[in-house]
Design a protein around this ligand. Structure first.
Ligand SMILES: Cc1cc2nc3c(=O)[nH]c(=O)nc-3n(C[C@H](O)[C@H](O)[C@H](O)COP(=O)(O)O)c2cc1C
Length: 372
């Protein structure tokens, strides 16, 4: 599977549903746009919320889903559903989530520490997906903390077991979203593996994307928070990789056109439920308006919208000619804090392979969902 621009919309729970993906893809029609993580157990149980997250818009060129789970048998079953029901063209596996609710159960970024479990999940999913020619990739972090790094070993296992690429978010679980993504680790992984490595973490502007590729030799860049409220970043990145300096510099009126479109698409996503749509839109509006000189009362008014008409009314009150604020262009956005503490299952760090008792304790009650 090839994409002309080496850019990936990194999966973000609560963010990268199809309305947001469609908007991002409209700016950079030749990247890879990944849906948010789907809890394998929820998919297997055919939980309606999970099924909604698996939907794609008709125009999406590559249907890319991310699965999350701890129990290899359940993740395999989820992959079978995806394949048997032709739900995706690409499956990514989440081994990067740092949220306590997830790592406390041995999931996300805690999982590669247990090499047997990590290997088994990949092995089973690759077997199912290979039969349908659907590529599998893995998304990992550097490790749990700097005393417990896992990325090199995890990268090798992923490669051995047939992953077609690996994405490295170059922070540890303990670093959460604080500090900096240490791109030198991406370079290390590129040097260690034969399969493509996507670099991830702290790409806030198109020049960061170029810098990450030139500093690390990575095959492409995965963008998370940098496109929150700035989906046109994908156009900037496409231009940058094509050697052009052209960047999108939207005025508030242009941003409002995107907000309105986003609201409409979310309404479709929620099957016509405008209330759910505009509630989902709230966080996006906060991101879209970041840095613009619009007052607290305007922001609050958006947070109180209950339908599309309310959103349009608030948009109508804004001055369309205000330029995009220079000071937030290509700057960090979204969450940026360190973890208070890494939560792991009892005794997790004592061995690199799961014991029988650990497996029993882990698989007894998988989480139905997890939010970042
Ligand atoms: C709100 C939010 C939700 C996220 N959800 C997911 C997810 O579902 N799956 C995943 O692999 N990573 C998830 N991530 C991590 C991002 O994909 C990405 O790895 C991380 O934000 C670092 O990249 P950035 O510096 O470009 O934001 C999430 C991050 C944020 C901020």
């Amino acid at each position: 599977m090839h994409v002309a621009t080496p850019v990936v919309l990194s999966p973000m729970a609560g963010v990268t549903n199809w309305p947001f993906r469609v908007i991002c893809e409209s700016y950079g029609p030749d990247g890879l746009y990944v849906a948010e993580m789907i809890t394998a157990r929820a998919l297997v149980a055919r939980n309606p919320k999970a099924l909604r997250l698996c939907r794609f818009a008709p125009g999406e060129k590559i249907r890319s889903l991310q699965l999350y789970g701890v129990n290899p048998a359940i993740v395999e079953q989820a992959a079978k559903i995806v394949i048997d029901e032709n739900m995706a063209d690409h499956v990514d596996l989440n081994f990067g989530c740092p949220v306590p609710k997830v790592t406390r159960r041995g999931g996300g970024s805690a999982l590669p520490w247990k090499t047997d479990l990590f290997r088994e999940i990949i092995q089973r999913v690759v077997k199912v997906c290979d039969a349908a020619n659907v590529p599998v990739t893995a998304k990992i972090r550097v490790g749990i903390d700097h005393e417990h790094e896992t990325f090199l070993e995890a990268g090798h296992i992923a490669q051995e077991e047939g992953c077609k690429a690996v994405t490295l978010h170059a922070r540890t679980t303990a670093e959460y979203y604080g500090g900096h993504s240490d791109w030198s680790r991406i370079g290390e992984l590129v040097g260690a593996l034969d399969i493509p490595v996507f670099g991830n973490g702290d790409v806030w502007g198109a020049n960061d994307a170029l810098a990450m590729v030139s500093e690390t030799g990575c095959a492409g860049v995965a963008i998370g928070r940098g496109c929150q409220g700035r989906p046109w970043l994908f156009a900037d990145i496409k231009n940058a990789f094509a050697g052009s300096d052209e960047r999108i510099d939207p005025a508030l009126g242009d941003v409002c056109t995107v907000i309105e479109r986003h609201a409409q698409l979310l309404t479709e996503f929620y099957d016509g439920d405008e209330r759910m749509a505009v509630h989902d839109l709230r966080k996006h509006v906060a991101w879209y308006l970041k840095g613009f000189p619009v007052g607290g009362s305007t922001r609050r008014a958006f947070m109180e919208c209950e339908n599309l008409e309310d959103v349009r009314r608030e948009i109508g009150k804004l001055d369309p000619d205000i330029r995009f604020p220079e000071r937030v262009v290509d700057k960090p956005r979204g969450r940026v804090r360190f973890a208070k503490k890494v939560h792991l299952p009892y005794g997790w760090l004592e061995s690199r392979e799961t014991t029988h008792a650990e497996r029993q304790a882990l698989f007894g009650d998988d989480p139905m969902d997890a939010s970042y």
